[in-house]
Write a protein that binds this ligand. Structure first.
Ligand code: KG4
Ligand code: ZN
Length: 338
């Protein structure tokens, strides 16, 4: 089964053709991130206009790169939530029009389900064992999700304030490192001493065993910066980056390992933009028992937003338009109900 995936929830206009949920025949991504780096964050109006400009050429290129034409496409999958509403609308409206014109079923797909299924791309279905525990860490999401089967999502924990990616982006802005912050901080951290600053990890009260909080850490970095003479030297920025990155990766890896043990997960998955972080991967591996296999997207490009993951997620639960209630608000409840 060949599915054309379309993703426009943030600043990437993406289309891909994926066969049977795992074999990527093409994946095209046009990003407007360069425009947003000038403003230090995504400007929704700018992102939506760029989607309008790119969407049809990107879809055409995805079909061309895959060496297929419309008759070979079995269905179209599109991200319907969560995301920036004007950006989502470009993908959804285009997909609805194409589905109608070409006579294809349309599968509305949750963006976070997409990130989770990015781990199946390029792998055999048998390689991944349930129950699996996923840590979704992106710019807007930070959840621990238990799956006992396909599209069976149970929320185990979540952030009480910022998502990990959001914390990376805010701290990067504070350090003058630009947007997106995650890759910039990791690069800087390579030259830094990760013990130079002893940033705190959130102590959460009873009932929040698998929840996260990054606002205290973010404030601690701000206070440290405020107490230093300006401008900061490159060495100081590197030390701050390395110490901050260690604190985030440690907090994520520790909770992940505890939850994996408690829920007897056979495999543990990192998903979303922050899953590209090498230190997080390393620390997650070190904190998990050897018997638990660790997965992250096989290719770096599937960590951040792309359309192959949307086509992949849709394959494992190809429910067409019936029952779709349009564009609901972004929330965990949407994924649980998806
Ligand atoms: O999944 P994604 O592309 O978009 C959302 O759905 O949010 O994730 C983007 C986030 C940004 O916050 C970015 O700073 C972060 O992922 N990110 C990273 C790395 N690469 C991207 N964070 C830490 N380390 C990285 N290497
Ligand atoms: Zn995303």
């Amino acid at each position: 089964m060949k599915i054309l995936g379309i993703e426009t929830s943030c600043d990437e206009t993406a289309a891909a053709v994926v066969e049977d949920g795992t074999r990527v025949l093409s994946s095209v991504i046009a990003s407007s991130a360069d425009l947003h780096s000038q403003t230090g964050g995504v400007v929704p109006e700018v992102a939506a206009r760029e989607h309008l400009r790119s969407i049809l050429p990107v879809v055409e290129k995805a079909l061309r790169d895959a060496g297929v034409d419309w008759p070979q496409i079995d269905a179209i999958a599109v991200t319907y939530t969560p995301g920036l509403i004007a950006s989502l609308l470009v993908g959804v409206n285009t997909s609805q029009a194409l589905a109608y014109l070409k006579g294809k079923p349309l599968i509305p797909t949750h963006h976070i389900a997409g990130h989770i299924y990015a781990n199946f791309l390029g792998r055999s279905k048998e390689e991944i064992q349930f129950p699996l525990l996923v840590l979704t860490v992106s710019g807007g999401h930070n959840e621990l999700i238990l799956m006992k089967g396909h599209h069976d999502f149970r929320l185990i924990g979540q952030t009480l304030d910022d998502a990990a990616g959001e914390a990376f982006d805010k701290v990067a802005r504070l350090l003058g490192l630009g947007f997106p912050g995650g890759p910039a901080i990791s690069r800087c951290a390579e030259q830094g001493n990760d013990r130079a600053f002893d940033f705190p990890q959130a102590m959460l009260g009873l009932g929040h065993r698998f929840d996260f909080s990054f606002s205290g850490l973010k404030s601690a970095v701000r206070r440290a910066v405020e107490g230093m003479e300006k401008p900061l030297s490159p060495a100081q920025v590197s030390d701050l980056s390395a110490s901050f990155q260690r604190a985030v990766a440690q907090a994520l890896a520790e909770k992940l390992a505890d939850a994996a043990t408690e829920h007897r997960a056979s495999s543990v998955h990192l998903a979303g933009g922050v899953s590209a972080n090498r230190l997080l991967r390393q620390m997650a591996r070190q904190s998990l028992p050897d018997s638990v296999s660790l997965f992250f997207p096989k290719e770096m490009v599937y960590c951040t937003d792309n359309a192959a993951m949307i086509a992949g997620a849709a394959y494992f639960d190809p429910r067409p338009l019936a029952g779709w209630k349009g564009l609901p608000a972004s929330s965990w409840a949407d994924l649980a109900a998806a």
